[in-house]
Design a protein around this ligand. Structure first.
Ligand code: GLN
Length: 305
């Protein structure tokens, strides 16, 4: 396994010059694009890693899967899917077009920004701070890491420039999708996107999903099996945005990416894989990360299809 991960990094490094960091969030534009790391955790809790596996980076859209699970555990499936749909969009993650052109302004799925902002408005808590701290505790449990917190600089940078996400929030407030104050929901969204993890944390989270919600370390059930199944399905259909179809063909693993350069992938019944590679392709997915996953999936024959 160790050799395989080292080889995967060497192979994927050949492709990262094609990518760029997410400079639309100025603070993310400052990250060194040449980093690449991978970690694997299997269902017995054993770990392997290579490259920049212990570098902290912000979860960005990967946080959307945790927020979705928490909202479903808080409010129930029916209530959540009253506000957000279950269909892939074929549009970029921050697109606004479908909100107005579809019959209802309900965002198409919880993995695009509009859907994630709607989901955030459903998380329970007495105020934004309480909601964020419930979400962070949940992410700490999934990652088996009590130190996880959010990066203040990245949060401030997105808060200062997040005009498009504000537009999505305001549009959905007008359409009656968002519950509560839009600006408060956006503050939760920006802070959750800035939550910092490393590749091992993501591999742990992927392993929990691979084990149908069970901790690979303690055996404790951290998420109901049905919620784990549901989120893995969204990871297949929408986890890599409008590249989800090609990714399913080439890699074939439920995965979620973020513009911080992370990808969490899950191999049902086997293992979780965490990736860090901040050079992104034109869809906002880690360019090197996709190559690492292609390499590992084909060498170990991991595709679920
Ligand atoms: N915080 C980012 C945004 O809202 C998350 C997007 C992403 O990771 N694709 O634009």
């Amino acid at each position: 396994m160790q050799n395989l991960l080292d080889e995967a990094i060497r192979y994927a490094l050949l492709y990262i010059h094609e990518g760029k960091t997410a400079s639309y969030i100025p603070e993310l534009g400052k990250i060194d694009p040449n980093q690449l790391g991978v970690a694997i955790v299997n269902l017995e809790g054993s770990q392997w890693h290579s490259g920049a596996y212990n570098i902290a980076f912000t979860m960005q859209s990967i946080s959307k899967i945790a927020a979705l699970m928490l909202a479903i555990m808080d409010r129930g499936e029916q209530y959540v899917f009253n506000k957000v749909g279950m269909e892939p969009t074929g549009d970029p993650f921050n697109s606004i077009i479908k909100l107005e052109t579809m019959k209802t302004a309900k965002p198409l799925n919880p993995m695009i920004n509009a859907g994630a902002i709607a989901v955030d408005s459903l998380i329970l808590g007495v105020n934004t701070e309480d909601k964020l701290s419930r979400l962070i505790s949940f992410i700490r449990k999934l990652c088996h890491n009590d130190k996880i917190w959010f990066n203040e600089e990245v949060y401030k940078s997105e808060n200062a420039t997040g005009y498009r996400n504000r537009a999505l929030g305001n549009f959905m407030k007008d359409a009656g999708i968002i519950e509560g104050e839009v600006e408060e929901v956006l503050q939760l969204y920006f802070k959750q996107c800035a939550i910092e993890v490393n590749a091992i944390d993501l591999a742990m989270m992927g392993a929990v999903l691979a084990g149908d919600g069970k901790s690979p370390v303690t055996g404790e059930l951290l998420i109901p099996k049905g919620v784990a199944r549901l989120v893995k399905t969204f990871m297949v259909t929408c986890g890599m945005y409008d590249a989800s179809g090609e990714f399913a063909v080439r890699v074939g693993l439920p995965s979620k990416s973020g513009v911080g350069g992370g990808i969490v992938a899950t191999v049902p019944g086997k293992m979780g894989i965490g990736i860090f590679g901040p050079a992104l392709d034109n869809k906002g997915n880690s360019a090197g990360g996709i190559k690492i996953l292609e390499y590992i999936s084909s060498k170990l024959d991991l595709s679920i299809f």
